[in-house]
Design a protein around this ligand. Sequence first.
Ligand code: PMP
Ligand code: GLU
Length: 413
Amino acid sequence: MNISKRAAAIPPSSTLAITAKVREMKARGADVIGFGAGEPDFTTPAVICDAAIDALHDGQTHYAPTPGTPAAREAVAAKLREENGIDCTADHITINNGAKFTVYLALQALVDPGDEVVLPTPAWVSYKPMIELAGGTLVELPAVAAADFKITPAQLEAAITPRTRVFLLNSPSNPCGTMYTPDELRGLVAVLERHEHVTVVSDEIYEQLVYGDEPALSVGSIDSMRDRTVTINGLSKTFAMTGWRIGYACAPGGGGAVIKAINTMQSQMTSSITSFTMPAVEAALTDGRAEVEGMRRTFAGRAELIHGLIRQWEGVVCPRPMGAFYIFPDISCTFGRVTPGGVVIESALNFASALLDEVGVAVVPGNDFLGPGPRHVRMSFAISEEQIAEGCGRVREWLGKLTGNAAPASNPA
Ligand code: PMP
Ligand code: GLU
């Protein structure tokens, strides 16, 4: 049987692949510390689970409205108004099967073949395949660790052409763990204000998990951007609900055209999210909010811990995590050196596989995150402090046993 060119061109998600590999190794009894999984290690707050269980027993087991129930959409709109300052109503909201699918649908709604999508990199592994599935042309804007993985307004200005359809922004960032301050974001917005043909797709899935003094700023809350921003978020990360598959988009502009297009596609693809989770959306965004601060604080403590431990790795450069639950060290100082198991490290790919084989520590090689990614590995700190300390200790000891000279440094991408 022939597979379509479109399907054959898409690589599998490397983040999910590492997570699956660690799960399988653990099931076999292997001693692995997994820094791979991009999901909170907490359980979903009980108040949210109860809402779904009650709905199930109440018989809410039939097809639901495609965009989400009016009550669930109103809960999302109220959250975006109150927490993010976005001027919106329930009519501007669509609820989809995970924010991953929301990003996919938004790009399908906005991008025609040949349209350019400007993406700061390193960026989440799934954006490139999604842009390509929409027929878009990826325009990468690489940012380096020394710049905290942030692009400048001048870089953005230089990347925008008459063909630019979308600027895809993810702050706080997966995989970098850094975020734009409100002032930095306003600097980018000043550029976007000069290019009215560009729509911003702002993936704010980590917006509640921030560790600095300032909250994350939503692009869609800035008046000049409200009508050409698609704000994407979901329940997975904030409420430890990755398995529930609930994401959403808010797009008040153009008479709700983007929301309508997404709903039309969703009506032909999945119909709606699982009906008895709609009351759980309401519960999460009302009563569930109280539990978020405890999880955020725990992540903040882990961010501090892992950053301090990685800074002890000689030659490794690593910005401090300011949001999300990832850290993205530059391990290129090891390239050309030989591991205790006899592997010559050539890239993040064989760094990560040797580390897993030789000391049982799983990290995601940075390659699929693009930009300078091949010089980096991503480590998720959604694991206990004990595991973080044990895993980082194993890496430090292993690094101390590398032999041979480092390859001459190449310029960061
Ligand atoms: N955006 C980013 C940047 C992510 O890291 C993830 C994690 N999977 C998602 C979107 C999608 O999350 P979900 O589909 O679980 O809502
Ligand atoms: N977003 C998470 C990660 O980057 C979950 C896996 C995925 O969807 O990519 O690890």
